[in-house]
Design a protein around this ligand. Structure first.
Ligand code: SF4
Ligand code: SF4
Length: 154
C-alpha cells in the first residue's frame, strides 16, 4: 500500500532547493507537480506510481511538514488508524493512532553522535591500514563467539 501526500499540508518544499520527498525516494516515485499540470495542484507533491511503492517510509520521515502518510494493509492498520513518524534530530518518535482514538507514542534514538559527525571506531583503536592484507584483522574478528560447526551439514 502506498505513501500518499496530504496536499493541504504539503508546501512543495518551496523554501528549499528541492522537494525532499522527490530527493529521497529510492524508487523515484515521489514528484513535485510544479505547475499543477499533472494533478491540478501546483507546488504539491504526489506519488506518481503508488503500486510501485514499497512503503519504506523514507519520504514520510523526511517531509518537514509531516504531509506524507503510508496507507497500510487493513490487517495491519485498519481504516481510521495511522502510523506517523516524527523525525527530530537525534531521535524518531512513532505515533500510533488506533481506530478508537487511542494514541501511543514510541521514541527511539537514531544517532549516537550529533548530526554531521561520526565515530567510526566506536571506542576501538583506529584501523591499521597497513595490516589489511594479512587476513587476520577484520574489524569484527574476535568480537563474537560462534561455534561454526553448527552451520556445517553432515
Ligand atoms: S517533502 Fe513534504 S512538504 Fe516537501 S514537497 Fe514532499 S510532501 Fe511536500
Ligand atoms: S514510502 Fe519509500 S518507496 Fe514509497 S514513495 Fe515514499 S520513499 Fe518512495
Amino acid at each position: 500500500m502506498p505513501a500518499f501526500v496530504r496536499t493541504n499540508d504539503c508546501d512543495g518544499c518551496r523554501s528549499r532547493e528541492e522537494a525532499l520527498c522527490e530527493y529521497i525516494c529510492p524508487h523515484d516515485l515521489m514528484a513535485l507537480d510544479r505547475d499543477g499540470s499533472v494533478t491540478g495542484h501546483p507546488l504539491k507533491a504526489y506519488n506518481r506510481e503508488p503500486e510501485q511503492c514499497w512503503e519504506c517510509y523514507a519520504c514520510v520521515k523526511l517531509c518537514p511538514r509531516y504531509a506524507i502518510e503510508v496507507r497500510h494493509y487493513a490487517d495491519v492498520v485498519p481504516l481510521g488508524a495511522s502510523v506517523q513518524p516524527i523525525h527530530e534530530g537525534q531521535a524518531i518518535e512513532w505515533a500510533i493512532r488506533f481506530r478508537n482514538g487511542t494514541v501511543k507514542q514510541f521514541r527511539f534514538a537514531t544517532r549516537t553522535t550529533p548530526p554531521g559527525s561520526a565515530d567510526p571506531y566506536g571506542g576501538e583503536p583506529d584501523a591499521d591500514l597497513a595490516r589489511l592484507d594479512d587476513g587476520s584483522v577484520l574489524f569484527t574478528r574476535g568480537t563474537h563467539a560462534c561455534d561454526m560447526s553448527q552451520f556445517i551439514a553432515d
